[in-house]
Design a binder for this molecule. Structure first.
Ligand code: CP
Ligand code: NVA
Length: 315
């Protein structure tokens, strides 16, 4: 397994087997332990990372920059204000040039296709730091955080309530299907995950034993081990605010909903940033059941794992 990742991009969790995903989680755990012990292994020394951002970011940018820089790598932040990205110069040409100068590229933006083109033409690993379709490094950190609470996650139940068709919900559906985690999407029918994704996940879930459910019934939080929500309005969808508030207000995570799980050990998860008072109330996200802050920190260790696996022989 160790060197089978070298040179690969991380664009969607679809491209990685359950064993490969588990391997990344193992590297992340070790990276976190090593860092807490103060070990600095300088594994990215002599390497450089281009950080391309079309959309804003706090956690993803900081996780990539600190994880890479602290071990001697050189991260370079490039927003669309700074570089050509399908503007004056074609995306393919930008990719070719970046591939000559950088060891790897992180892309956060709108189209999944942009990440795919960057990967195809740069010849170096490209990491998807969020697109309209997927947020794979987030889902990795989410499962890592569940592992910290529960140990083995297979057979556990993760309920996601909110916008069921967004990048976070979609990546969670894939990773849960692969790892045998029961995944319940609780969302109004207008925001159901699309059929294509559900068809992709069905055989994966069958193989792992995961039960994937899509429902509008908020009472389906019953017996959840983890309750997850995300913003009602994702980046780039700001014009949908009125509609989303109308559709999603009944799906807010508040203490009453946490209690409806019937599980006092149920944890609360949120990818952040959170709009307190909309998708989640402050008492829940800042309360004792919340793992949102561990989850944010875990972005760093899981992102480091992806970079170690794809850039460093023997990791
Ligand atoms: N969760 C997440 O991706 O956060 P940022 O948008 O701050 O990177
Ligand atoms: N669904 C959100 C996730 C932010 C990390 C968005 O795309 O804005």
């Amino acid at each position: 397994m160790k060197n089978s990742f070298i040179g690969r991009s991380f664009l969607t969790l679809r491209d990685f087997s359950p064993e490969e995903i588990k391997y990344l989680l193992t590297i992340a755990k070790k990276a976190k332990i090593d860092a807490k012990k103060g070990k600095n292994l300088r594994r990215f020394e002599g390497k450089s990372l281009a950080l391309l951002f079309e959309k804003r970011s706090t956690r993803t940018r900081c996780a990539f920059e600190t994880a890479f820089g602290e071990e001697g790598g050189h991260p370079v932040f490039l927003s669309t204000q700074d570089i050509q990205l399908g503007g004056k110069e074609s995306l393919e040409d930008t990719a070719r040039v970046l591939g000559r100068m950088f060891s790897a590229i992180q892309f956060r933006g709108f189209k999944q296709e942009t990440a795919e083109i960057l990967s195809k033409y740069s010849g170096v690993p490209v990491y998807n730091g969020l697109t309209d379709l997927f947020h794979p490094t987030q889902a990795l950190a989410d499962i890592f955080t569940m592992q910290e609470s529960f140990g083995n996650v297979a057979g556990r139940t993760l309920c996601y309530t909110g916008d069921g068709r967004n990048n976070v919900a979609r990546s969670l559906m894939i990773i849960c299907s692969k790892l045998g985690v029961n995944f319940t999407v609780i969302t109004p029918p207008e925001l159901n995950p699309d059929d294509e994704l559900r068809q992709i996940c069905a055989p994966l879930a069958k193989a792992s034993g995961a039960v994937i459910t899509v429902t509008a019934d908020i009472a389906s939080v019953k017996n959840a081990d983890a309750l997850y929500t995300d913003v009602w309005i994702s980046m780039g969808e700001e014009d949908k605010r009125d509609e989303r508030v109308r559709l999603l207000s009944p799906y807010q995570v508040n203490q009453t909903l946490m209690d409806k799980t019937g599980n006092p050990d149920c944890i609360f998860l949120h990818c952040l940033p959170a709009v307190k008072g909309e998708e989640v109330t402050a008492d829940v996200i800042d309360g004792p059941q919340s793992k949102a802050w561990d989850q944010a920190e875990n972005r760093k260790w899981t992102i480091k794992a992806v970079m170690l696996a794809t850039l460093c022989k023997g990791n």
